[in-house]
Design a protein around this ligand. Structure first.
Ligand code: CA
Ligand code: CA
Ligand code: CA
Ligand code: CA
Length: 678
């Protein structure tokens, strides 16, 4: 009981400090405060005049308090909160979390108050015992990022790196590309460092094939985007860099050729960050959008300091912005700079994240640019080769209180099955993650302040982020990679740390999320200085694994283990459309459940996930129907497709290949012990 009260008073303290009630805060903080005192504070908060938003939290406090009483009291408290129309889920959840409330009571509560059963049912189901198990060392991935740092604290040092999953040899097993930096001129430290390509050996291990593949090219690399720009059936690699970025053509025989010059991409000397392949004019050829950060050079480096005595990494306010660049694919392996023509040019941007989404659902891909300390940009595709910037009118340029935040990583998905694509953007420490819900009328509303997603991400500094259904229940969950930019931040800001744990938020349905990071394994949940992140199913078992990069530190590969739900994976082969099928919308229905995803390049931060779609089916073993809407306009329909396999769907033909899930290797150490024990 004592522990419960400590937790409760801490929780109240957190809520209260967010709303500036200093007296209440003092009482709530006192660990000796009696139950009655704490309850009184909660009641006072609930009746306060701080507005509906604050009351959401206060109601949750009351409900939490009542947990200490009898189940009946707990139930009536929750119902009371529901009756007042506030904090419905938080209150009910508090009620349900008291293991003393019977399932019948829970169900009655749900029905009485007319709530959708879907989120509640999801909330009642015990979370599966899923672990994201660190297999980096046993997988043979030995990579340390070289950020070039030698004491001068040059801005680019703290920004990278990114990573990608790419099946470069088309064997159906995702391979890994890790981006690397290099030493600064005149400051040799680590020797020659280059990006690394690791081939997937199909047995849980990977082999470094960088040199053989022709990718041992030194550069100050930051990000990566994967797409088959020449439609030859082999995915190509764009690596964004400080200085000159590079395009590597996949020769189809395990080697790549640097075609930056012949493709017409040579020239710009920029601070390029995230990039994405997108066929914005739907001519069947993938175009390329590249975000640029700020105008920075060694001679133009500025002095910033946190403590007045030592140099620290600057935030971008100190530097001039730089426009994102749009490369239009002309065919024959050539690109033209279409930035101005397409009306993308905007040198005020300080771009870090790029997501491709169709936010108005008209079938034409739009571009979201996450800007650091500048308004985010949302480029609506006008279907004539030009874009119109809609960030402010759509409500994603600023926070809800009008501040341009430090946008880093981005992703987009229909997380609540509204039919519309919503957006997440990671921001700086002391700024919540943005959870922009698409209202379907051209407007987005940031749900983070009302959500566990917002509260849990307030102090952490987020970079990589994506929606992925880690537990295959059909509801996209959220992953966030965290890590501060300044290694000495702890000296000046007590609540903020340099290394920070990542976040995973489980989607409970109905727009609600629950943080589950701590349940996913100690290695995964440990603090890191994380940057890029991506996902793929590395071992063909139907569950999504996570690749995570750290600044100046190792890459991590986490294998997803222990889930019991079913899934179906879909690889697309375009014919009239681009060969990867990037931009295709796939709808999967099983029973009453319907979900959809758009295959996209880009998203997260400096990184790219695999170009195969994974649909969680929950307990269902079959998808009743699948519809693929290709960028060409072609629609392919399939019925009665079994789960637990990866199918290949070709445009205009339907299923042309399939491979059943398998368990060809067993990484968990505990399994080995069990076998020995028997
Ligand atoms: Ca492969
Ligand atoms: Ca290619
Ligand atoms: Ca195109
Ligand atoms: Ca899920």
């Amino acid at each position: 009981m004592m522990r419960t009260f400590v937790i409760l008073s801490e929780r109240i303290s957190r809520f209260v400090s967010g709303h500036g009630f200093s007296r209440a805060k003092r009482i709530a903080k006192r660990k000796s405060a009696s139950a009655a005192e704490v309850a009184a504070v909660a009641e006072e908060l609930a009746s306060g005049s701080s507005g509906a938003r604050a009351r959401n939290n206060e109601e949750a406090v009351i409900a939490a308090l009542k947990r200490c009483a009898t189940p009946k009291q707990s139930f009536s408290a929750a119902c009371g909160a529901v009756g007042r129309g506030t904090a419905i889920t938080a209150s009910l959840k508090a009620c349900f979390d008291t293991k003393r409330a019977s399932p019948a009571v829970r169900l009655v509560a749900a029905m009485t108050y007319g709530l959708s059963l879907v989120p509640l049912v999801a909330a009642f189901l015990p979370a599966q015992q899923i672990q994201l198990h660190d297999i980096t060392a046993q997988a043979g991935i030995h990579f340390i990022h070289n950020n070039g740092a030698f004491g001068k604290k040059y801005l680019p040092e703290t920004m990278g790196p990114g990573c990608a999953f790419i099946d470069y040899d088309n064997d159906g097993w995702p391979d890994i590309l890790l981006v690397n930096g290099e030493d600064w001129p005149g400051h040799p430290k680590s020797g020659a460092t280059t990006p690394k390509l690791y081939h997937n050996n199909h047995d849980g291990t990977f082999t470094d094939v960088t040199r053989k593949a022709g990718l041992a090219v030194p550069m100050f690399g930051l990000g990566v985007a994967v797409g088959d720009y020449d439609n030859d059936g082999y995915d190509d690699i764009f690596i964004s860099a400080l200085g000159q970025s590079h395009l590597f053509h996949n020769n189809g025989n395990g080697t790549f050729t640097d075609v930056t010059k012949s493709a017409g991409l040579w020239g710009p000397n920029e601070f390029s960050t995230s990039a994405a392949w997108v066929d914005y004019d739907r001519d069947g050829k993938l175009d390329l959008v590249v975000a640029n950060y700020v105008q920075w050079s060694i001679p133009g480096d500025l002095y910033c300091t946190l403590d007045g005595a030592h140099k620290s990494y600057c935030t971008p306010e100190s530097y001039k912005g730089a426009s994102a660049r749009l490369w239009h694919n002309l065919g024959d392996g050539k690109f033209e700079d279409a930035t101005q023509k397409a009306k993308i040019y905007d040198p005020t941007s300080k771009g870090l994240g790029v997501a491709i989404l169709d936010f108005n659902g008209d079938g034409w891909p739009d571009i979201l640019l996450a800007n650091d300390t500048q308004p985010n940009k949302l480029y609506l595709n006008r279907r004539d080769g030009t874009f119109e910037e809609k960030g402010i009118s759509a409500g994603i340029a600023f926070s809800e209180d009008g501040v341009a935040r430090a946008g880093m990583g981005v992703d987009a998905a229909d997380y609540d099955r509204s039919g519309h694509t919503s957006i997440i953007i990671t921001n700086f420490a002391n700024q919540m993650l943005s959870l922009y819900h698409n209202e379907g009328n051209g407007l987005f509303v940031d749900e983070a302040p009302h959500s566990e997603v917002g509260r849990a991400t307030l102090v952490t500094l987020g970079f990589g982020c994506f929606f992925f259904d880690y537990d295959n229940d059909g509801w996209p969950d959220i992953f966030v990679a965290d890590g501060h930019i300044e290694d000495e931040i702890e000296r000046v800001q007590k609540r903020v740390t340099y290394a920070e744990p990542p976040h995973v938020f489980r989607n409970l349905g109905g727009g609600k999320f629950q943080e589950v990071t701590g349940s996913l394994g100690a290695a995964f949940a440990s603090p890191k200085v994380a940057r890029g992140a991506a996902y793929a199913d590395i071992d063909n078992d139907g569950s999504l694994d996570v690749l995570l990069m750290t600044n100046g530190g190792p890459a991590y590969l986490f294998h997803n283990e222990g889930g019991g739900n079913h899934s179906l994976r879909i690889k697309l082969v375009g014919t009239k459309s681009n060969r990867d099928g990037i931009g295709a919308v796939v709808r999967v229905a099983s029973g009453k459940d319907g979900q959809w995803q758009m295959l996209h390049s880009g998203s997260s931060y400096l990184s790219q996930s695999e170009l195969v779609l994974t649909f969680g089916l929950g307990q269902a073993t079959t998808a009743d129907s699948i519809e693929v809407q290709w960028p060409s306009g072609q629609v392919d329909k399939l019925t009665n497709v079994s789960g637990s396999q990866t199918i290949t769907v070709q445009e205009g033909k339907g299923i042309v290949g399939n491979r059943a899930y398998s368990r060809s290797w067993s990484p968990p150490v505990q399994n080995t012990i069990n076998h020995r024990g028997h």
